[in-house]
Design a protein. Structure first.
Length: 252
């Protein structure tokens, strides 16, 4: 049965989608069957792998029972990597889901029939702690928290960890933090170095050794519908995500 990871942080612009797409691609390229679930209505992970936002059936149809997860699975250009796309209706799920009793378990139940098909399932969460993110965290075994090396990224970190502890206590006792990932790091600036030092001092066991640098290739890769590991495999960003994928696998 595959291990399910949520890539989550309520702050936007910290590299959740970039991390989800590139780690999924790296794991698949290592020969392990991988599924990327796009839980964000913006559908950036779907588009980042060369698929249209209009893809149907998608996660919305799965959550509402109009399709099963295996019917919505979509191949990508990367062997071994499939996507459960966001689809155009997912924006409405934030309103519709809370009306259903036990909605928090819905995504976990939907993914259960396909878990045996994959060694790794990664979920790209929206930049909020709304219903879709809650569903993803309840469905997950582990959560990876991208943290931008800037001041405001630290502001919400304690609140996010409190929310994770609450979900673990009330809805998903198996949920653990796989690690915190420092992203968009510019080692030339004192601020980035100070933020990295502070995060590592506060969470010495949780922060991944790998740091994702600011890199033009990482930023431009989605416009080509490719992970950076395919767009420019020799770039600093690609090298960092290859190392991160090894760390994720090593942590189990």
């Amino acid at each position: 049965m595959g291990t399910v990871y949520a890539i989550a942080n309520q702050k936007g612009g910290v590299g959740k989608t970039t991390t989800a797409v590139n780690v999924a691609a790296c794991i698949a390229e290592a020969g392990r069957e991988t599924l990327l679930v796009d839980v964000d209505p913006q559908a950036n992970a779907t588009v980042g792998l060369g698929l249209p936002r209009s893809q149907v059936p998608g996660l919305y149809e799965v959550l509402t029972g109009a399709a099963t997860a295996d019917q919505a699975l979509t191949d990508t250009a990367i062997p071994g990597l499939q996507v459960l796309p966001a689809g155009p209706g997912l924006a409405g799920a934030n309103v519709e889901l809370p009306r259903a009793e036990g909605f928090e378990q819905r995504l976990r139940e939907c993914l259960e029939p396909v878990r045996d098909l994959f060694e790794y399932i990664l979920m790209d969460c929206p930049p909020s702690l709304g219903p879709l993110t809650v569903c993803a965290l309840v469905a997950a075994d582990r959560v990876i928290v991208p943290v931008q090396t800037e001041y405001f990224a630290l502001e919400g970190l304690a609140g996010l960890l409190e929310t994770l502890a609450l979900l673990q206590r009330e809805l998903n006792p198996r949920l653990t933090v796989a690690g915190m990932l420092l992203t968009m790091h510019d080692s030339r600036t004192r601020l980035a170095r100070d933020v990295e030092r502070e995060v590592r001092e506060h969470f010495p066991e949780l922060v991944f050794d790998t740091v994702i640098p600011r890199n033009v290739r990482v930023g431009e890769a989605p416009s080509y519908g490719l992970p950076v590991t395919h767009h420019d495999p020799h770039s600093a960003g690609a090298a960092a995500y290859f190392e991160l994928a090894k760390e994720v696998a090593a942590r189990g």
